[in-house]
Design a protein around this ligand. Structure first.
Ligand SMILES: [Zn+2]
Length: 362
């Protein structure tokens, strides 16, 4: 079969490789749609994030099969409970089941988790083998495109749950990229009261309006003032921050965390969805003064507890039409040979006007 192979940082090609051989209790999925995650793109380009050290060591030993944990496909080799012909996706994190944490029923603290597409071959390929236990069936009414984009939505569900939003609480979402627009929809269909979003791109803010945001603030608005007015001078109960990070990657630096700290109410919560560098300037004095909780949801949606149920819940949100994922998929390419282009475009989403990562249909 054909699959993406990383020959060195920035050198991703699509090569002929052996077909996957499923282990016991594993299934083989014929990939129908896959999208690179922003983290994968950064790792491919050699950025010092997440699993960079692991990847650098692997590359020293030779070319590496890399990428593809956000995908949809059809089972071609089944296992108990996962029949041939089923349309599925899979949770990317696989806990080991043997370490001390796993044995204490804390798989979210697993010492040796596997990651599809990172530590084992993923779906940047025509076929991928995954544990049957990681497979999540895709319900009727959810397209392959939406199923391939389900992990970020599961992440947005985690972030909303992490904030413990109580009925009627105001939620300010900072950033109107893919995570911001998912956060708006989850808050709207969760139990939030006023949903406020602050972004820059008029096209994305139009989507936020369509997704039910009560107040949409653009680049020219005084966000702090507008939030205070909308919350009777109290400030937002919850702020979901989605736009911070290195300016060289097109992100807002620490400005959005500063804004979050100024807009959140005393005793409120800020959920950091942005993936930040090791060292980052933060307004800790103001956060302390206002007794604000700074929360960090788990990265990705994990095979971690509560695991697949989050994927199933996210897929149901899409199947019912509560959350619109497909309107965020602005760019689609055809054929596995388009994978390196999809990675390049996803790494430069702003330049290409993309919202969701660029998808590849096989
Ligand atoms: Zn473990």
């Amino acid at each position: 079969m054909r699959a993406a192979v990383l020959h060195g940082f920035g050198k991703l090609t699509v090569d002929e490789v052996p077909d996957p051989v499923p282990g016991p209790d594993e299934v083989v999925v014929d990939v129908t749609c896959v999208q690179p995650s922003v983290t994968e793109c950064g790792l491919i380009l050699g950025e010092p994030i997440a699993l960079h050290g692991h990847l650098a060591r692997s590359l020293r030993a030779g070319p590496v099969r890399f990428g593809g944990h956000e995908f949809c496909g059809v089972v071609s080799h089944g296992a108990a409970g996962v029949p041939v012909g089923a349309t599925v996706t899979a949770v990317e994190t696989i806990h080991c089941g043997r370490c001390a944490a796993c044995r204490r029923s804390r798989p979210d603290a697993c010492a040796r988790p596997d990651f599809i597409g990172f530590t084992r071959p993923g779906a940047f390929a025509e076929r991928v083998a995954v544990p049957a236990a990681s497979v999540v069936p895709v319900p009727a009414g959810v397209s392959a495109s939406a199923a391939a984009a389900i992990q970020p939505l599961a992440g947005a569900v985690h972030a909303h749950a992490e904030a413990d939003v109580r009925p009627g609480e105001s939620v300010l979402v900072i950033g109107a990229g893919v995570m911001g627009l998912l956060a708006v929809q989850v808050a709207r269909h969760g139990n939030a009261g006023a949903v406020i979003v602050a972004g820059r791109s008029p096209a994305k803010l139009d989507l936020a309006r369509r997704f039910g945001a009560d107040l949409v603030l653009g680049a020219d608005d005084d966000v702090r003032r507008a939030v205070r007015e909308a919350t009777d001078g109290i400030g937002a109960d919850v702020v979901v921050e989605t736009a911070g990070g290195p300016p060289e990657a097109g992100l807002a630096g620490s400005a959005t965390l500063d804004l979050a700290a100024r807009c959140v109410r005393r005793g409120g919560r800020i959920v950091m969805v942005s993936v930040l560098p090791q060292r980052f300037e933060a307004p800790v004095g103001l956060l302390r003064e206002k007794s604000v909780a700074l929360l960090h949801p788990r990265s990705g949606a994990g095979g971690y507890s509560p695991g697949a149920t989050v994927f199933e819940y996210a897929l149901r949100l899409v199947a019912r039409g509560d959350v619109d994922v497909e309107s965020l998929v602005t760019h689609r390419l055809q054929g596995i040979d388009a994978l390196p282009t999809a990675v390049e475009m996803t790494a430069n989403k702003a330049a290409h006007g993309a919202i969701n990562p660029v998808q590849v249909s096989l």
